[in-house]
Design a protein around this ligand. Structure first.
Ligand code: G6P
Length: 609
């Protein structure tokens, strides 16, 4: 949600910042801007993408210090005025911001009374002017002014600031919104995540809340907003540049769908052994708490919430522990009851989702043990939770989550089997069989991916559909939700996921000869019931697209389209059933001319509430 890039060093800043912004465009893409100080500052900004900004700038701007931004609008519509950077009224500070200043109205009124006028509708311009006002009032350094201003701010921020009276330095500050500093040779980078940095250096510092960094060409000072000096914790990150490029695919989403055999393998590599053991190092210490948990409560948002729903089915089914799934945004505000021995597990791809972070903090305040399942190493959620499991899916750039979902489900399957073993709620033979099945999942997905041309053909028939229904039961009900979400997100077709049997309590009224109904109808324990649900749809002339187990002739004779997947145990089936749904959404969106990697109004990482 908004991407920030900053550079100070001996090289030209402009190409580094533009390339970095392009890497961060998945975070927001409604406007973009850049300021290069040479030392005379030049600022360009506009509605649209980074490419529009480049077109507007024309020739690269010379200079070796600068900041840039790609925006996902919160305060003020996407237009040139509201685009970042924002410069204070008297030109002393230029800054880019990710987050929300919640008390900006009050601060703005105060500044207006002191003669400040505002050109934008943003909270960020208020902050720029507040820093300047404090700076010009007293004999203080720009950095002190930043710290004093931030102490008056309520809300969240990741900031990169140029103080024009200190033109050799950048100031970075963080509270609630992620910010990473890249440490090069006589150069520093600032970015919202590591992806713009890895091609320059693998040495990074993840800023903590209330940290302020002052970055010169050859030196860095780190302190808190209360002026307490801090020792920078420089970490080496292991992020491969190829992993953040498209690698010959037309879109990141398609690349990430096709990566799933490998990403799932990466998720269980070193954790499933040939001796049928499961080793989840981050949970080791907490196994007693988990096996004796009164309840497991998952908190998550979006696709991660769907993975959590799969987790609930798995853990209750195998380990017999009562499991609840909460939207983090609801959990954090509804004063939830946490009982002794409840364990809260946050699930997040980015590790930066504001609502999930707030839910974690609340659960900690209430005394719960809070664990995490996270993809991004070193992210805020990974650091805020006591311990947990990384999904190791690699960077996910497409806004619609695909490989992160299957990696989360892979972790949850492992967790459920592990807990079941410890609680002796699973037969040894079943446990071994499931582990073996998991090991075969990558090759089963390879097989499903070969159906891509068939799924494209099916997609062509539904380009003009206006509504879709997705049905599933049991472990595959959350997959129906996820399939519908994928279609909505990227094709802008209205789609609803439903537990198949609930269809008759409402959605069945929508069914006519124009309504495509995607049914996950594999041969699991609810197969006969779902066959009946298909008949109910056909009786009302609905169009059935069925995901079936290979060789199923019964449904082939009833459905309009069938997509066959290999036969696997119910428990692991969500890892397969979701793949055709991802491809269906991808093709329909593409055929409708939509931008699949950067769908309108969405952002990959939602760092505001
Ligand atoms: C956004 C993304 C979704 C994601 C959700 C939760 O809405 O577009 O793809 O599922 O945030 O994100 P998280 O990073 O916490 O999994």
């Amino acid at each position: 949600m908004c991407g920030i890039v900053g550079y100070v060093g001996d090289r030209q800043a402009y190409p580094i910042i533009i390339a970095g912004l392009k890497r961060l465009e998945y975070r927001g893409y409604d406007s973009a801007g850049i300021c290069i100080a040479n030392p005379d500052p030049k600022t360009y900004k506009c509605r649209g993408r980074v490419q529009d900004l480049e077109n507007k700038v024309g020739q690269p701007l010379p200079g070796s210090l600068g900041i840039g931004h790609t925006r996902w609008a919160t305060h003020g519509e996407p237009n040139d005025d509201n685009a970042h950077p924002h410069t204070s009224q008297h030109g002393k500070f230029t800054l880019v911001h990710n987050g929300i200043i919640e008390n900006y109205t009050e601060l703005k009124h105060k500044l207006e009374k002191r003669g400040y006028n505002f050109v934008s509708a943003t909270d960020t311009e208020v902050l720029a002017n507040l820093i300047e006002y404090i700076y010009m009032k007293g004999e203080i350094t720009p950095e002190m002014a930043v710290r004093l201003a931030l102490s008056k701010v309520v809300g969240a921020y990741g900031l990169a600031i140029i103080a024009h009276d200190m033109p050799d330095c950048l100031i970075a500050a963080r509270k609630g919104s992620p910010l990473v500093i890249g440490v090069g040779d006589s150069e520093y980078f600032i970015a919202s995540d590591s992806t713009p940095i890895v091609e320059h250096t693998n040495r990074v510092i993840f800023l903590n809340d209330n940290d302020v960094a002052i970055l010169g060409r050859n030196q860095m000072t780190l302190k808190t907003i209360h002026n307490k000096s801090l020792e920078p914790n420089i970490q080496k990150i292991d992020l491969d540049i190829e992993a953040i490029e498209k690698g010959g695919f037309d879109h990141f989403m398609l690349k990430e769908i096709f990566e799933q055999p490998r990403s799932i393998h990466d998720t269980f590599r070193g954790r499933l052994s040939a001796e049928y053991d499961i080793h989840l190092g981050g949970l080791l210490e907490h196994i007693p708490a988990l096996t004796n948990a009164n309840r497991i409560i998952f908190v998550a948002c979006g696709t991660s919430w769907h993975a959590a729903q799969v987790g609930k089915y798995l853990i209750e089914d195998l380990a017999k522990i009562a499991t609840h799934v909460e939207y983090a945004s609801e959990f954090r505000y509804r004063n939830p009851v946490l009982l002794p021995n409840d364990v809260v597990i946050a699930i997040s791809q980015s590790g930066e989702t504001a609502d999930t972070l707030a839910a974690i903090k609340l659960a900690k305040e209430k005394g719960a043990l809070v664990l995490g399942i996270c993809n991004v190493v070193g992210s805020s959620i990974a650091r805020e939770t006591v311990s947990g499991v990384y999904t190791h899916a690699g960077p996910e750039i497409g806004v619609a989550s695909t490989k992160a979902f299957t990696a989360q489900v892979t972790v949850l399957i492992m967790m459920a089997i592990l807990l079941a073993k410890k609680r002796r709620t699973i037969e040894e033979d079943t446990r071994k069989k499931l582990i073996k099945e998991m090991m075969n999942i990558p090759q089963h997905i390879e097989q499903i991916l070969k159906l891509n041309p068939q799924i494209l053909d099916i997609s062509k028939k539904f380009v003009d559909a206006t509504n879709f229904l997705y049905l599933g039961r049991g472990h595959n009900y959350p997959v129906a939700l996820e399939g519908a979400l994928k279609l909505k997100e990227i094709s802008y077709i209205h789609a609803e996921g439903y537990p198949a049997a609930e269809m008759k309590h409402g959605p069945i009224a929508l069914i006519d000869q124009t309504m495509p109904v995607v049914v996950i109808a594999i041969k699991d324990h609810s197969y006969d019931k779902i066959v009946s649900n298909i008949q109910e749809v056909k009786a009302r002339k609905g169009i059935i697209i069925a995901i079936v187990t290979e060789g199923d002739t019964t449904i082939r004779n009833m459905a309009d389209h069938v997509i066959e997947i290999p036969a696997v145990a119910d428990i692991v089936s969500p890892l397969l059933t979701v793949i055709p749904l991802q491809l269906l959404a991808y093709h329909i969106a593409l055929l409708r001319g939509c931008n699949v990697d950067q769908p309108r109004n969405l952002a990959k990482s939602v760092t505001v509430e």
